[in-house]
Ligand binder design. Sequence first.
Ligand code: SF4
Length: 352
Amino acid sequence: MNAQTELARKILSEYDGPPIRVMEVCGTHTHEIFRLGIRSVLPKQLEVISGPGCPVCVTPAEYIDEAVWLALEKNVTICTFGDLVRVPGSRSSLADARSRGARIQVVYAPEDAMRYAGEHPEEEVVFLSVGFETTTPASCLALQKAEEAGITNFSLLTANKTMPGAYLAMGDSADAFLYPGHVHAIIGTGLCEQLAAENGISGVAAGFTASDLLLAFALIVKKTQEGKPFFVNAYPRVVTREGSPAAVRLVEEWMEPCDSEWRGIGIIPDSGLQLKKKRDVYDARIRFGIPKMDAARPTACRCGEVLQGICRPTDCKLFGKACVPDHPVGACMVSGEGACSAYYQYGGYING
Ligand code: SF4
């Protein structure tokens, strides 16, 4: 253990102040905090709650309905990350659609979908473009490559989201955010400084190793005691103030901000990205005239409250009973990055 990690552990173990509520907004943080046993060395006054950081979990049921409609009504080939296949829509999932004859291809990157389209010119191919700032540049790059290669049977069904709107919407839910290091490696940290200075929202940009996380939590404990809004970049080996201008530029060439619906939370203004008007030809909604979907949500699933830190997965009466990873009821149990999945997998419901 290095000196910095030792100091972080000391700060955490000696803390005897008032309760501190920390919201992590990143599926990888959700899982790494459990997997690395970080909770066991945090002071009991420090409560860690999961926010809307899992891209699959925050994707609304209507979006799945749109993808199912494309696959079944328009005979489109859907290319998607594997997690989305089992996420329930309002009536069915993509897995159900596949059993009814839909062509659903699991890919590992948007470029795989673009390549598939190039190899299958007789099919219309739609990539399900979900995710935050970390994955959106890859979708835009796939479009750029499709354009360069003259691939015309490829388009995106976008549900890309951006974190700043979520931070603002969730600002009152916690004393501090554990900001996702990979998101801020792209967009930089200027926004976090602004949130602290102008909105009184505190947070620490954190990496993903045990040392990174202990340091971040120790900084939150220390800075919270000072009683002023703060931002600290605790992941400077990857995160800079400027972020990645090249990735930001690429996204700006293809997409523009829009209001976006987050599953269980509702519409957050300017928290999504859609293709620019001049890129209409790559927009599956316009290309195929997708009708407006009106989703009826399952009432017993509390994903929306879990994603806002209002309740824990274990507060849902379906958790571990009707809803388990093999038979998920809601998106938070489907996705490998979901809070319900993490609580189930790591037994967080036993040790908090
Ligand atoms: S345990 Fe299942 S049903 Fe309950 S909130 Fe989580 S995903 Fe929804």
